[in-house]
Design a protein around this ligand. Structure first.
Ligand SMILES: OB(O)c1ccc2cc[nH]c2c1
Length: 242
């Protein structure tokens, strides 16, 4: 099962890194198809205008609906898809979102710039297909391209065959609701810092306990909101003792 991903943007070069490394290999292996399209290909004026002043006034420019409509009609002609529009005003993009989208056959990403895209573009496509306005976090980027890179990586790594060892996708941070604890490799002593003894003990129960305790400790310190969100039965007695 392959996934087809299309991205429409005024900066196609910004998406070039998607063809590097692991994701590049996944594309070469045919596990995912990637199409990057320049929005300006669907302009007809000599200035290739993609933006205009906002109705109601205010700073900045808004991206024109006509150009986006022609671009998305062309890209979506290849078949039904989920349309994703990154925006700081979107619903949070989470690992659960990535998991859900990894099951889709086609994803089309519309990268906004300026103050965003005329709302009628989302409204007109939402009438005939799933459209998600999503945010990757509470900070504001200059455009949607970086957000699309983040989301494409989070989704593609979940596709069968993309990761060397798929188990790690299951054991991700967040899959058990906690942050990952610290990781270590050789040398056993480095700049006066030693690897925790327990990890070299061979006592797998003690190692599992130690790792769980470090995950609980880190989650409590850095993301108490994740602890509060854990289901009732997620923490056993040993966890609570921590
Ligand atoms: O921070 B963001 O997620 C984001 C997404 C899209 C646009 C378009 C213009 N600025 C943007 C920021």
């Amino acid at each position: 099962r392959r996934v087809r991903i299309d991205v429409v943007t005024i900066f196609p070069g910004y998406l070039a890194p998607l063809r590097e490394a692991l994701l590049g290999r996944a594309i070469e292996a045919g596990l995912v198809e990637l199409g990057v399209h320049d929005l300006r290909d669907w302009t007809h004026d000599v200035h290739q205008a993609v933006d205009d002043s906002p109705y109601g006034g205010g700073p900045g420019m808004v991206m024109r609906p006509q150009v986006w409509g022609e671009a998305l009609d062309a890209v979506l002609a290849a078949g039904p898809a989920r349309l994703v529009v990154p925006t700081p005003a979107g619903r949070p993009f989470t690992q659960a979102t990535a998991q859900a989208w990894a099951g889709e056959e086609r994803l089309v990403f519309a990268c906004g710039r300026y103050e965003g895209i005329d709302q009628r573009v989302v409204d007109s496509y939402a009438a005939r297909m799933p459209v998600d306005e999503v945010s990757i976090g509470d900070y504001v980027l200059v455009g949607g391209e970086v957000a699309v890179m983040v989301m494409v990586e989070a989704v593609v790594r979940l596709l069968p065959g993309v990761l060397g060892n798929p188990v790690s996708a299951q054991e991700d941070s967040f899959s058990d609701g906690l942050l990952e604890g610290p990781a270590y490799t050789r040398p056993v002593s480095w700049r006066g810092l030693d690897v925790p003894e327990v990890l070299r003990s061979g006592n797998h129960a003690a190692i599992a306990r130690w790792r769980r305790d470090r995950a609980l400790e880190r989650t409590a310190a850095r993301r108490p909101d994740l602890l509060d969100a854990l289901p009732e039965d997620a923490l056993d007695r040993a966890d609570r003792a921590f």
